[in-house]
Ligand binder design. Structure first.
Ligand code: BGC
Length: 686
């Protein structure tokens, strides 16, 4: 092989390189490529100098267990990233993870997690983004662009409808064609359009009776043919099932079975060869699935690799600052009676920092499951506040001795993944869903007791999922939801509590007043599913999250998009650059926003669209765009958000595609799904 060998030539066209390499591979070599060598890598093809391709877990950073036990930047839980509604930050997080991947000797990060948050109880909500496909895809796409800017492959997961953990390997999602497309596929569709992702992980569960990894409708018809996905599909670990065998998975369009151990034995060389010999598949089928894998190899520059020593500890201040900023911008101020927060340092003498999550370290190996990132250091809330007030305020441990109590409650990631399976502990963790929406009894009691001892108690939630606040909401002056704030979370919390940072996070999910109000919890059939039949019924259809609360006029506890600030903002003057749109095209909505408070702050302009009249039932309104703006006191900005005809579309089961009907649409502007003071009409002609 000389330097002119096309597939080795970095300057040649990628598709030409892929075809060249594909033509050189023997049948046996192709078969070797489609199943892992071990837990995290593929088989190298030494004859052709094809190195082994390596993966590691995400999505909260570069995970410890899969990156040679490396300590890496631990970012906040990604539900907190979505709460920032800040696309630039999402890109920066992806970019930082991409850089750390390069230093970890791997080529693909198994993230972002983009499953729609369908229920407040899913154990992996902390790894996902939102209940809404527009928010989820806009944030997810930026993370992916950031990762891929470093020539590292992303891997959005877990495609598709893996929205709960109970019996995730066996359960079948029972879902209508419209709901599947309009909510769940739409999330991926938008990401693919915006970011051209290089990888995707297919789920464990079945979709209408067929496992994801062997589901041709899901993997080929939708993903490749309709959405135009150009990357490769890897199984979730062990998600290829024997049901339809190697031929079934290959024909469905699965590109890579992982890992290469005994738990995944569907596309073994022996079984693939047999399928070829039996005529169930042919070399063309094999080429179809090898091609995207080779494309990823080219995209990550696998052939340019030079052996680099892998650093055990990455202590990168620049990345840690990004993690801190996400924590700060993602925190959601849920209640703030009479401007109780921020606390003025010169007005307090003694503070108490209490509660089970005040000093807990979350970044430990496999805690919470495969997303566990172990950072070089982790500043707990206790440490962060203690450092912040050091020398100025006395720390006390009795609530009655303090001027202010900061009480840290919430959930946790439980124990080590393996012990979790044995102990059946619930929390924010992979492999298990919560069974209760409320905080554990002992924490509720702690809140009650602390309030009796000191009514000046601020509740800070450290959790990755919505929590029922109704039992104690009335009695507390302020509630701050900090999610899992990552490795510098303690510093970020201190800066918010003492007013150095003005909270600007907005909820990416609805908090119901009670669980039964939530669309996923109208019956057990819907969640966790009928566990005898092994079916989970997505009977709410397209009415996921706020769409359902709006449709049935149910008052949520905290609505989607809600979050307070230490400042106040006024929105006015909604305008369109055109009042008629025909066919495909863009239009721009602009809104003026003014900071009418006395503190620097940020507001998220949220644009929702309703179809004034339609031949099918539609949600009263749907988020279609958003933008975050930072404003000085008194400052006013005009914010423009560009949308296109997809803002009017729904999925037609008759035509099996997205369509928008001719008619008028109302464009709403405001600061949450339930605070939309501005509106304007647009005419659309299909
Ligand atoms: C998880 C995936 C993860 C994979 C590899 C699976 O159990 O569902 O999210 O990437 O393991 O650790």
């Amino acid at each position: 092989m000389d330097k002119k060998t096309i597939y080795l030539d970095q300057d040649a066209d990628i598709e030409a390189r892929v075809e060249d390499l594909l033509n050189r591979l023997t049948l046996e070599e192709k078969i070797l490529l489609i199943r892992g060598r071990d837990f995290w890598t593929t088989n190298p093809i030494k004859r052709l100098k094809v190195p082994s391709f390596g993966m590691t877990d995400g999505p909260l950073g570069v995970a410890y267990h899969s990156s040679h036990k490396g300590k890496r930047t631990r970012f906040p839980a990604t539900i907190g990233l979505a709460s920032t509604w800040n696309k630039d930050l999402a890109f920066k997080m992806g970019e930082a993870m991409g850089k750390e991947m390069k230093l970890s000797g791997r080529h693909q990060i198994l993230g972002p997690g983009v499953n729609i948050i369908r229920s407040p109880l899913c154990g992996r909500n902390f790894e996902y983004l939102s209940e809404d496909p527009v928010l989820s895809s806009d944030i997810g796409a930026e993370v992916i662009k950031g990762i891929q800017s470093q020539k590292i492959a992303s891997c959005m997961k877990h495609y598709i409808t893996n929205n709960s953990e109970t019996k995730r390997m066996k359960i079948s999602t029972e879902i209508s064609e419209r709901a599947l497309h309009e909510i769940y596929v739409k999330n991926y569709k938008r990401i693919i359009e915006k970011a051209d992702p290089w990888g995707l992980m297919v789920c464990y569960n079945k979709i209408n009776g067929i496992h994801g990894a062997e589901n041709k409708y899901i993997l080929r018809d939708i993903l490749r043919d309709q959405l135009g996905f150009t990357g490769h599909v890897v199984t979730d670990w062990g998600a290829a099932r024997g049901t339809s065998g190697a031929a079934g998975c290959i024909k469905a369009g699965l590109n890579l079975e992982m890992p290469g151990f005994f738990i995944s034995r569907v596309m073994t060389p022996k079984k693939v060869k047999k399928a070829l010999d039996d005529g169930d598949i042919n070399e063309g089928d094999l080429n179809y699935i090898v091609r995207p894998l080779l494309r990823t190899f080219m995209r990550v520059r696998l052939f340019e690799e030079t052996e680099q020593p892998i650093k055990k500890v990455l202590d990168i201040p620049e990345h840690q600052q990004i993690a801190k900023q996400i924590a700060e911008e993602g925190m959601v101020l849920l209640k703030n009676d009479s401007n109780f927060l921020p606390i003025k340092l010169d007005e307090v003498k003694k503070i108490a920092i209490l509660g089970p999550n005040a000093n807990k370290i979350f970044g430990k190996p496999l805690r919470g499951g495969s997303s566990a990132v172990v950072p070089p250091k982790e500043i707990t809330p206790y440490e962060g506040i203690a450092n912040y007030v050091s020398g100025k305020v006395e720390m006390v441990s009795n609530p009655e001795d303090a001027d202010i109590v900061f009480l840290f409650v919430g959930l946790n990631h439980g124990g080590h993944l393996l012990s979790m399976f044995l102990s059946k502990k619930e929390g924010d963790t992979e492999g298990r869903d919560r069974t209760h929406y409320a905080l554990p009894d002992e924490q509720q009691q702690l809140i009650r007791e602390t309030l009796v001892r000191n009514p000046n108690t601020v509740i800070i939630l450290i959790a990755g999922s919505p929590i029922d606040c109704s039992n104690w909401f009335e009695n507390v002056p302020a509630i701050l939801n900090a999610w899992y704030p990552g490795m510098l979370g303690g510093d970020a919390i201190a800066r918010v509590l003492f007013g150095e940072v003005n909270p600007s996070g907005k909820l990416p999910v609805t908090y119901p007043k009670k669980l039964e109000d939530h669309p996923a919890h109208e019956s057990k059939k819907r969640f966790p599913g009928d566990l005898k039949e092994l079916k989970i019924y997505f009977d709410e259809g397209i009415y996921v999250g706020y769409r359902y609360f709006d449709k049935h006029q149910i008052e949520p506890f905290f609505p989607f998009g809600f979050g307070l600030s230490y400042s106040s903002f006024e929105m006015s003057n909604i305008q369109l650059d055109k009042t008629n749109l025909q066919g495909k095209g863009n239009f721009t909505v602009s809104v003026d926003v003014k900071n009418i408070g006395d503190k620097l702050g940020a507001e998220v302009i949220q644009i929702y669209v309703s179809d004034d009249e339609c031949s099918v039932d539609r949600p009263p309104k749907e988020l279609q765009g958003f933008e975050k703006v930072h404003l000085k006191p008194g400052e006013k900005k005009s914010v423009s958000i560009t949308l296109n005809e997809s803002a009017f579309e729904f999925y037609s089961e008759k035509e099996h595609e997205f369509k928008a009907e001719t008619g008028t649409f109302t464009i709403w502007g405001g600061s949450s799904s339930r605070e939309l003071p501005l509106s304007i009409k647009i005419n659309y002609t299909a």
